[in-house]
Design a protein. Structure first.
Ligand code: PLP
Length: 423
């Protein structure tokens, strides 16, 4: 094997800290292979693979504190899970879209309400894709300012919602982020629930990676309250360490999910015998009809590792992030731009007397050099307008020594870049 290098994007490596990626497990790999070998079709019906997906969804609902009767679906990633939740929110009676049938008429109809959805300015870019795809346009997303800890400003959200109502808009959903992509910030869930109730709105949680902290023995408190949501989206291929692709959307009132996605096609009707006994459960909960057996890797991972083991490794990553912050604070050449709330630390290399614009460029160069050296892969972020080297630890292979190697590499590349600049 001379032409194909190992670590295609690097995320299996213990010093991969970029974006938010999972690392994959041997069990997950085996499960994917078996799933492809068996190759069942997961539209629904009462067959063994469907029963496994139902079991997995029930386990995940329990772990997230959602009621057993919740609806849910495994999808490819948190983007798709979030879009599913937001579409259900739009169509549901909770958001009071009762006098307009959006499925029948669409948002282009002259009587269609002008919809608005609210979340913080730290929200992930999926929301813009969702607003565009759902025909609401990007302007439907009302980006609300955050406080010093990058949590949504509740009073600012209330003011904006009221102003929109006064202007004739129809606010239908609040989105809380549990673990923002930049800094790992967690919105105040109790306040978000109260605000949603105040205006009769749906509360959706984007917990792409952060929601999984519910499994961590000490950190679970940080995400407490996410179970108050009407729907929640989270990945299993990030902080569940499973191979791509696997994510879940849970909906407290399962019928609102089938009311959104259910369809009637005679050729899909259940039969009284044969292999199409039952209903097309999963096809009626989301966009996909043909679906693969991604439930198997979730089932096998939970069976083999168990939620306690997953929780311990998640806790380990959170503790490692706190340790990394401590290490950065001990090095005078480095500066913390955002500390560890969950598993993310943003930092930069600093040089006395150098202005912020020059530091931005220097840190961009350092990031590229560290990645290209092969020492480690952090990624980039903008924190309070400044370029940051962003370290996200969602990696079960990382040890504390790896964090020291990372900082050594950043410091060394920083020193080299400065000396090259001075030549
Ligand atoms: C907070 C948040 N939401 C949504 C997503 C999108 O998830 P996915 O890449 O699984 O679609 C991410 C990805 O990092 C994320 O961090």
């Amino acid at each position: 094997m001379t032409d194909i290098l190992p670590y295609p994007t690097g995320n299996q490596h213990p010093r991969f800290f970029g974006w938010v990626m999972g690392n994959g497990t041997i069990t997950g790999m085996l499960a994917d292979m078996l799933a492809s070998g068996m190759n069942p079709h997961l539209a629904g019906y009462d067959q063994s693979a469907s029963l496994i997906e139902k079991q997995v969804i029930a386990w995940l609902a329990e772990l997230m504190g959602f009621p057993p009767e919740s609806g849910g679906l495994l999808v490819s990633g948190a983007t798709m899970a979030n879009i599913n939740g937001l579409t259900v929110a739009r169509n549901s009676e909770v958001s009071a879209l009762t006098d307009f049938d959006v499925r029948e008429h669409g948002l282009g109809h002259p009587d269609a309400p002008r919809l608005a959805v609210y979340g913080s300015d730290q929200i992930h870019s999926w929301v813009y894709k969702a607003c565009e795809t759902m025909g609401m346009g990007r302007q439907a997303y009302r980006s609300i300012a955050t406080d010093a800890d990058w949590r949504i400003d509740i009073d600012a959200a209330r003011t904006r919602i009221q102003a929109d109502i006064d202007a004739g808009l129809h606010p239908f959903c609040l989105i809380a982020t549990v673990g923002t992509v930049n800094t790992g910030a967690i919105d105040d869930m109790t306040a978000m629930r109260e605000l949603a109730d105040e205006f009769g709105m749906w509360l959706h949680v984007d917990g792409a990676f952060g929601s999984m902290a519910a499994l961590a023995p000490e950190a679970a408190d940080l995400v407490a309250g996410q179970e108050l949501a009407d729907s929640i989206a989270f990945d299993l291929h990030k902080w569940g360490y499973m191979p791509f692709e696997a994510a879940c959307v849970l909906v407290r009132d399962g019928t609102s999910q089938t009311d959104t996605y259910g369809s009637e096609a005679s050729y899909l009707n259940g039969m009284t015998g044969g292999i199409a006994v039952g209903i097309t459960d999963f096809a009626d909960r989301g966009l996909q009809l043909s679906r693969g057996f991604r439930a198997l890797k979730v089932w096998m991972s939970l069976k083999e590792q168990g939620s306690d083991c997953l929780g311990q490794v998640i806790q380990q990553n959170i503790d490692q992030a706190a340790y990394l912050e401590e290490l950065v604070r001990q090095r005078p050449q480095l500066e913390v731009l955002s500390g560890a709330t969950l598993n993310i630390v943003c930092l930069r290399y600093v040089v006395e007397g150098m202005n912020d614009d020059a530091l931005d460029q220097l840190n961009r160069d350092i990031l590229v050099a560290v990645q290209e050296s092969g020492a480690a892969v952090p990624s980039q972020g903008i924190i309070n307008g400044r370029f940051a080297i962003r370290v996200c630890i969602s990696n079960h292979r990382t040890t504390r020594d790896d964090l020291v190697i990372l900082l050594d590499a950043i410091t060394q590349e920083g020193r080299s870049a400065v000396s090259r600049g001075g030549e």
